[in-house]
Write a new protein. Sequence first.
Length: 308
Amino acid sequence: MKRKNIITALLISGVIGLSGCFDNVQKANANEVTATKVTPSSTSLKSLEANSKKVEEYLTNQFGNNPRIVSIKVKVIEVKPFEALKGWGTYIVSVEASLKAKPKELIKQKMIWFSNGTVVSKDLANTQTGESYVDSVKPDFQESYYSKENLIYGDANATHKIAIFSDPLCPFCKSFAPQALTYMKKYPKKFAVYYYHYPILRIHPASAIVIRAAVVAEDKGIKDVAINMYKIKIDVQEKNVQKILKAFNKVVGSHVTQKEILSKAVAAHIAHDDEIAKNIFVGGTPTVYVDNKIDKTREKYKRLNNDK
């Protein structure tokens, strides 16, 4: 399922237009590209990097036309040759913006853009498969992102590392996460499973309370929180905190209180997970990484267990 990203939604609107829950961000098709006046480049990294400044200027001007944005700063922080299309490069862009509605609040975001020197596009698609190329160029999962706070099953030195970004109220996560986690839990030497909370609050706001309660329960040492919380029966639009906690405690076997979920430690844990998700452009749930690489099939863990 996809979670709303304020900057992306605002910036892309006016510039351009898999199973799971996804962010409320429009994706461009292969023919939805934006012409620019940047100098044509070759496939060499040096020539692609030479276009960075012009790409920054172009995006700054385009985004600046949005009347809801007070100020905007665009910076290309990484450039990679895009192997799927000769002459194209992938530009990882850092964006900082102030919105008219909240002028004192600086919102930061990273974005991926493509350019061949004469055209800039938010996304490209394979006309034969319909695959979005933006998904294929996402950054790898960094070793520094594997923290002991996120390790829920297995040995940290296990053969394979699995990172899962999920929302307990996402219907697609409900059909994937409990089964996958239960399976990998059986093989602690094979799988080190790291879980990251990624609530899709635009669609299921009740997740905000559920994931906070999950962090508290996990810190208390309650077992299988990440599996059992998917059994919760609650309206995804529910806003009554006590009602949500009652439903959560019932399925998890805990006694989490409202005071506990409001602690700074809980907020820090959730902020940590969210920051990692932003760094690797997680766009929906469930998102799965296997040994630092994104696994679009979400089934690789089964095949790995059969490896000799």
